[in-house]
Design a protein around this ligand. Structure first.
Ligand code: RRO
Length: 311
């Protein structure tokens, strides 16, 4: 028997492959589809204090080779709805529910974290890194601001929580952010958010593929897999397993998932793959991962997690 279960922030997941916050997890019917699927957890769209329409469309485009660009602009129903949804989801589906909090200000984040303490949510992913909120910088690139936010949140949050990070490219930046994160009771990081402010051009139309922000948007999927793997690996090494790493960014096959785990990930989320393939992606990736593990002679993900052979 090959066991691909994992434990994130002390919460057991039957499989290490679940949905990322973002695609098709904004409304209750969408979340119920995830509830009924083979995803071992239900992750919800990042929420704000109040309902947000998001950016004008088109705001998402598929790109060739399992990739994507988006500038959704944080469309969501407001956090109170997600607290209600969690109650319903927990009753109907026996799986952990993951909330994603993405407040516009420190005060907003404090209000939401307080409210989620008294909810049925199992895990909270704090998302200070959206690349698409017009007029807002990617907070994850500012260690001073991150420190201020994490100090406030850690005083309040009673649930197991972690931080969704934007991609880093320079070793100095990894070290700066890891130093901040290590000071707080952060159980995991989720790496990476989309690669911010890419540009996709349609040469026929001589226009960008999406409308908001003059066409600039977050790149996701296979195009960013190697950046995601590097981020997982670097944080795995810097945290020495004291803070877990959830990998996300371009996992489209079970072998991709294997690579993320080899780099050090304790679980892998899917975003573009889920967007493009829907719920059949979960059993497919599970089977592909199990088949590859069998071929390699591994029985659990701990047999090879982090054990990238580096000379
Ligand atoms: O809603 C979005 O535009 C969005 C968010 Br909050 C995020 O964290 N990452 C992303 O690619 N898009």
């Amino acid at each position: 028997m090959i066991d691909i279960s994992t434990t994130i922030a002390g919460i057991k997941l039957d499989s290490c492959i679940f949905n990322a916050s973002g695609p098709n997890d904004e409304t209750l019917p969408q979340l119920e589809i995830i509830g009924k699927s083979k995803s071992p957890a239900i992750t919800m769209k990042s929420c704000t204090i109040a309902f947000r329409e998001g950016n004008p469309g088109p705001r998402y485009a598929d790109l060739p080779a399992n990739s994507s660009i988006n500038s959704m602009g944080l469309p969501n129903l407001g956090y109170k709805e997600y607290i209600k949804f969690t109650k319903i989801l927990k009753k109907k589906y026996e799986k952990p529910v993951v909330a994603s909090i993405c407040g516009m200000t420190l005060e907003d984040n404090v209000e939401m974290f307080k409210a989620f303490n008294n909810s049925d949510v199992d895990i909270i992913e704090f998302n200070p890194g959206s690349p698409n909120t017009i007029g807002k910088p990617i907070v994850g690139y500012n260690p001073i601001e991150m420190d201020r936010l994490l100090a406030a949140v850690s005083k309040i949050c009673k649930k197991p929580w972690g931080v969704k990070l934007p991609p880093y490219f320079d070793f100095v930046h990894y070290e700066q952010i890891a130093k901040v994160l290590k000071q707080y009771p952060v159980k995991f990081v989720t790496s990476i958010n989309s690669v911010g402010n890419g540009l996709v051009i349609d040469p026929e139309k001589e226009a960008p593929a999406i409308k908001p922000k003059g066409g600039f948007g977050g790149i996701g999927g296979r195009l960013i897999k190697n950046i995601a793997l590097a981020n997982v690996r670097k944080f795995y090494l810097l945290f020495e397993d004291k803070i877990q790493v959830i990998g996300v960014g371009g996992a489209a096959t079970g072998i991709d998932v294997f690579e993320f785990i080899l780099a050090g990930a304790s679980a892998v989320q899917i975003a573009t793959t889920f967007m493009q393939e829907g719920t059949p992606a979960f059993p497919r990736l599970q089977k592909e991962l199990k088949d590859y593990m069998k071929k390699k002679g591994y029985k659990t993900i701990e047999d090879f997690r982090g054990k990238l052979r580096v000379e």
